[in-house]
Design a binder for this molecule. Structure first.
Ligand code: DMJ
Length: 489
């Protein structure tokens, strides 16, 4: 069967049994635990390196002067209007370095010299911070190449305007929309509230930029945002509403989630403590509280599985988001670094949650999971209506990577390999690049290769199959866009 032919799923009232669909890749029997548990799993690495070259080729051929690529129609795509920040190129630098793809890296380095931040481009501060600033900082940390440092400092300079309004009044929560010609923009909705993850995901990048530049201004900005959020009296033990009222008024029944709008705020509590060389006790304490809150309010048990769901109007929702699948990795990383005094419980929870995330892939005809899946006992792992798409996100693979590093359990590499093969078979565009899926049951393609597919999805797969000595977890901390930054000693 050709990869773009559409599979017609049987109608089903019960979950699809494993192995019962034409695309299922039966590699379980072919892979032995002894092979998977070798220092590196070379078969997996070789597959992912080839996939990365193919993804790069698609961008190189059809998206080179732009942010991303539509690999099926072979057209470029820009994220913020007409101009470009070369998103895929910058997001991929450290992936190319880690995989040793020298030719690709050399052409990226050359092209980067053309990147100009003095353009009338209205950018999302959040996205540009995690993808571009994070990408440059990490590329510099890995290579010590001055070009990456210069570009990071140049971009950081632009960010300061987001903390000022048009009349130059400084404020704590930055505007998300920023004109790179040094003007901040605030939408009416942003005046009402700011997204928790949107404003709470600067600490790692701004901390690293301050160290690089020898100027504390960035760290101070990030820390003052966090301090402001920490002032809120949270009703749910360490958990904050996903929409923060700038006056810090806690609204009854607000949504609490480790999915969209909440996720990386919690991730950065733990990771900023790590980046600080485990000196920032406030971030650690708040991470510990958040873990208690997660266990108390957000875990739902259904059949033999556990789910991390969201709370709306004080009630648990019955869906789990793909985005939330970063959380098992976060919990396991906390265990690795002795962040809480309940390591066994946390690791078991991480294991249970990552299994549900994996099952959300495994139960689909394409082997790739939906954006949101059901935790209802009669409907376990089924895609929620309207959420049947696979957006090329890394979150499940990211957690498999951390879980493998922390436990050495072969099954996490096995599951990752199944996913890698599914991506390769279902999402490869013939002449270069990979695409997402509009529907994980029918396999209908979405003509878009996300920059984070190279930055995160492929990098985490590669690291899952690599020796744990590559970017060891006690020396590097990964930003929410999977850009490794050094941990202070
Ligand atoms: C990435 O840009 C980052 O992982 C971010 O934290 C959330 N969205 C995408 C991938 O899902």
């Amino acid at each position: 069967m050709q990869h773009n032919e559409h599979y017609q799923p049987k109608s089903r009232t019960t979950p699809l049994p494993l192995f019962d669909h034409p695309y299922y890749i039966n590699i379980d029997d072919e892979l032995r635990d002894e092979d998977l548990q070798k220092d590196e799993f070379s078969e997996g690495k070789a597959l992912v390196v080839e996939m990365t070259k193919h993804a790069w080729k698609g961008y190189r051929q059809f998206g080179w002067d732009s942010d991303e690529v539509k690999p099926l129609s072979k057209m470029p795509l820009n994220m913020f209007g007409k101009n470009t920040l070369l998103l895929t190129l910058v997001d991929s630098l450290d992936t190319l370095m880690v995989m040793g793809l020298k030719e690709e890296l050399a052409e990226a380095h050359e092209k980067l010299k053309e990147l100009n931040f003095d353009q009338p481009l209205i950018i999302s501060l959040f996205e540009t911070n995690i993808r571009v600033l994070g990408g440059l900082l990490s590329a510099h940390a890995l290579s010590k190449d001055e070009l990456y440092k210069e570009k990071a400092i140049e971009l950081g300079q632009k960010f300061i305007a987001a903390f000022e309004s048009r009349d130059n009044v400084t404020h704590i929560f930055p505007h998300n929309w920023l004109n790179l010609m040094n003007q901040s923009y605030q939408t009416p909705a942003e005046r009402q509230s700011v997204g928790l993850a949107q404003v709470g995901t600067f600490s790692l990048e701004f901390g690293a930029l301050s160290d690089l530049k020898g100027d504390e201004i960035y760290r101070k900005k990030a820390m003052s945002i966090m301090a402001k959020i920490f002032e809120m009296k949270c009703k749910h033990e360490g958990l904050y509403p996903t929409a923060i009222n700038p006056k810090l008024i806690l609204q009854e029944g607000s949504t609490i989630s480790l999915g969209a709008d909440g996720d990386s705020f919690y991730e950065y509590l733990l990771k900023y403590w790590l980046q600080s060389g485990k000196t920032d006790e406030t971030h650690l304490r708040l991470y510990q509280q958040a873990v208690c809150g997660i266990k108390k309010y957000l875990i739902k048990k259904s059949g033999n599985y556990k789910f991390l769901v969201k709370l709306s109007q004080e009630r648990q929702n019955s869906e789990m988001e793909h985005l939330t699948c970063f959380a098992p990795g976060m919990l396991a990383l906390g265990v690795f670094h002795n962040a809480t005094d309940t390591p066994e419980e946390d690791l078991q929870l991480a294991r249970d949650l990552v299994e549900s995330c994996y099952m959300s892939y495994r139960m689909q005809p394409t082997g790739l999971g939906p954006e949101r899946f059901s935790s209802d006992e009669n409907d376990l792992f089924r895609a929620v209506a309207g959420q049947e798409y696979w957006a090329m996100r890394p979150k499940v693979i990211e957690s498999l990577f951390v879980l493998y590093r922390v436990t050495g359990d072969a099954k996490y590499r096995r599951w990752g390999y199944q996913i890698a093969v599914s991506i390769d078979r279902r999402c490869r565009a013939k002449d270069g690049g990979f695409h997402g899926l509009k529907n994980i049951e029918t396999g209908e393609p979405k003509d878009h290769q996300e920059s984070f597919f190279l930055a995160e999805t492929l990098k985490y797969l590669f690291l899952l199959f690599s020796s744990p000595k590559v970017l060891p977890l006690d020396q590097w901390v990964f930003t929410t866009e999977a850009h490794p930054l050094p941990i202070k000693v």
